[in-house]
Every structure is written in structure tokens, then in C-alpha cells.
Design a protein around this ligand. Structure first.
Ligand code: ATP
Ligand code: PAF
Ligand code: BAL
Length: 291
């Protein structure tokens, strides 16, 4: 595995690697996993899947300042390059692209990729400008690496919807692969930010998955409505004394339209139940898609 820090280096390494693959078969495929590092099993499952489906696998590690708000955790976001390289290699990565902020943004950026409407809700509403930063950096990474396929986790379901939207709208040749959320043994979704939680917050954080798992029973109750279901969801989360709800919403997926009735819930379209909950200063997200 090679670790590369500049755009020129990753481009020339990939050109060479693709050529080598193409000496043994007609075409080569590159799979990419964009990350912000501090890798865990969730990231590794994406790398393993890419490895099983592509000839060459590129992991990018870049904590992207453009997607953090001014009061968010850009500076204290966990970083450990040495450990990341070990885990990426163990999971089967061929290349790790880990540019500096200067390499990615040598001058103030004047071009952004902005996805409208589906970014007005959920994390887009709580984190203004966040998805402009995500869509812009993912576009840059796609232009740098030119992968055939890119792998994203469904823990960030809105992010997947945003990336699918701009790749479709802009006719990007990159195929977006949705990957399932990996969980800790007690069900908490794996996330780099879980390290911020203290012992008591960590214990109570399971309330997210416990709530998502109870939804089937609530939906089966006679006379259930979207309002009552939302109340059950919010009430259950609030049973954890340290939990502060940012949002708990029921929307269509990937369109992210509100769902007005249980008839709509049961109609033939995927429904997203999305949660963002704060424990102290740590904001966790999780979700489930029904149907
Ligand atoms: N538990 C998980 N299972 C599967 N994929 C995941 C999981 N957690 C993150 N990913 C995916 O890994 C990619 C990189 O995510 P990122 O580096 O932001 O990790 P993270 O753990 O989600 O970090 P954060 O705590 O900042 O949300 C994204 O596509 C994300 O959806
Ligand atoms: C896709 C991404 C790597 C863009 O910075 C980030 O939003 C993430 O880690 O999910
Ligand atoms: N996993 C999404 C990236 C972020 O929270 O900024």
C-alpha cells in the first residue's frame, strides 16, 4: 500500500497501477472510499467491499474544513495518521490519499457544488453550508482520483442522497455504492465521534438504535399516526436523561419529503427515520430506512 500526499503523486501512481492491471485484462476498475480518517470497522467494511469489487482501491483521508461550521469540531476532530494507514492496509487499500488543507485549497475557493432542496432539511438545516462543503470536496476528490465506483455509508443517509443527486445531475461517471451501517455489539452506530463520549454518555447513546428498533412495534399499533409515531420516537429518546434531540424526523428517501400519513408510510416508497441527538457537545446521527 502506498500513502500519497499530493494530487500529482496520486494521479501518477494510479495511472501506473491502472496500466499494470490492463496488461493482464482489458480494463481496470478503481474503487474509492472518501473518509475523514480516524478509521474504524465501519470504514474498513467499505474498504473490504471495494476490494472485493474493484481492481484498485483508494482511500482518501481528509478532514475537510469547508464542511464544518465556525463553531463545530474541525480543530478537535480526532486524527491518527499512523493508525489509519495500518487499518487501511489491513482492510485491503492499495492507495491512501492524504492531502494537506493547503494541497486541496491552495487559494480561497470560488467554485462550489450546491445541491438544493434536499439540503434544506435534517443535517442541512442544523449545519448550514455543510452539504455545500461535502458536495464540493467529493467532486474535487472524484476529479483527482477518477474512480469508477465510490463507497459511502448509509449512517450518513442524507449525505448519500446529496452525492447521488449531484452525480446524477452533473452526469458524473462515478457509480455511488450504498453500504450498510456497521454497529458496536450494543447497536450503537460506529462513528469516529464516538470517542468524544464519556462513559455515561456512551451507555445512554444506545437509545438511538433502541428507538429505531422499536418503530416496527409502534407502526403496528392500531390507530397509529405520523404525529403519534414522532411523539413515541421523541419520548423514547428523551427517556435517556443526557439526550438532547437535534431532530427526529420521518421523510421519504432519497427525496426527503415530509410523510403526511400512515397511508404514505405504507405506500410503495422507502421511508427514512432520521435522528440527530446530542450527548453533551457530541452530536450523533443514526437512521433506519423502511420499505
Ligand atoms: N458505522 C459505519 N458503518 C458504515 N459506514 C460508515 C460508518 N460510519 C461512517 N461510515 C462511512 O464512512 C465514510 C467516511 O465517514 P467519516 O470519516 O465521516 O466517519 P464517521 O465515523 O461517520 O465520522 P463522524 O463521526 O465524523 O460522523 C462515510 O461514507 C460514512 O458514511
Ligand atoms: C464524504 C466525506 C469524506 C467528505 O468530506 C465526509 O463527509 C464523510 O466522511 O462522510
Ligand atoms: N460523516 C459526515 C461528516 C461530518 O460530520 O462532517
Amino acid at each position: 500500500m502506498q500513502a500519497l500526499h499530493t494530487i500529482n503523486d496520486i494521479r501518477s501512481a494510479l495511472k501506473q497501477a491502472r496500466r499494470a492491471v490492463e496488461q493482464t485484462k482489458l480494463t481496470s476498475t478503481v474503487g474509492m472510499i472518501p473518509t475523514m480518517g480516524y478509521l474504524h470497522e465501519g470504514h474498513m467494511s467499505l474498504i473490504r467491499r471495494a476490494k472485493s469489487e474493484c481492481d484498485l482501491v483508494v482511500v482518501s483521508i481528509f478532514v475537510n474544513p469547508l464542511q464544518f461550521g465556525p463553531t463545530e469540531d474541525f480543530d478537535k476532530y480526532p486524527r491518527d495518521a499512523e493508525r489509519d494507514l495500518r487499518l487501511a492496509e489491513e482492510a485491503g487499500a492499495d492507495f491512501v490519499f492524504m492531502p494537506s488543507v493547503q494541497e486541496m485549497y491552495p487559494a480561497p475557493i470560488k467554485t462550489k457544488v450546491i445541491v438544493t432542496s434536499i439540503t434544506d432539511v435534517l443535517c442541512g438545516a442544523s449545519r448550514p453550508g455543510h452539504f455545500d462543503g461535502v458536495a464540493t470536496v467529493v467532486t474535487k476528490l472524484f476529479h483527482i482520483v477518477q474512480p469508477d465506483q465510490a463507497y459511502f455509508g448509509m449512517k450518513d443517509a442524507q449525505q448519500v442522497a446529496v452525492i447521488e443527486q449531484f452525480t446524477a445531475d452533473l452526469n458524473s461517471p462515478v457509480r455511488i455504492v450504498r453500504c450498510e451501517t456497521l454497529r458496536e455489539p450494543d447497536g450503537l452506530a460506529m462513528s469516529s465521534r464516538n470517542v468524544y463520549l464519556n462513559e455515561e454518555q456512551r451507555k445512554q447513546a444506545v437509545v438511538l438504535i433502541e428507538t429505531l428498533r422499536r418503530i416496527d412495534d409502534w407502526v403496528a399499533e392500531p390507530g397509529m399516526t405520523i404525529e403519534k409515531l414522532t411523539q413515541h420516537i421523541r419520548g423514547n429518546i428523551e427517556s435517556a436523561p443526557l439526550a438532547r434531540i437535534d431532530y427526529a424526523e420521518i421523510r421519504t428517501y432519497p427525496g426527503l419529503e415530509p410523510v403526511a400519513s400512515m397511508e404514505e408510510w405504507h405506500a410503495n416508497q422507502p421511508i427514512l427515520v432520521a435522528l440527530a441527538v446530542k450527548f453533551g457537545g457530541t452530536r450523533l446521527i443514526d437512521n433506519r430506512i423502511f420499505g
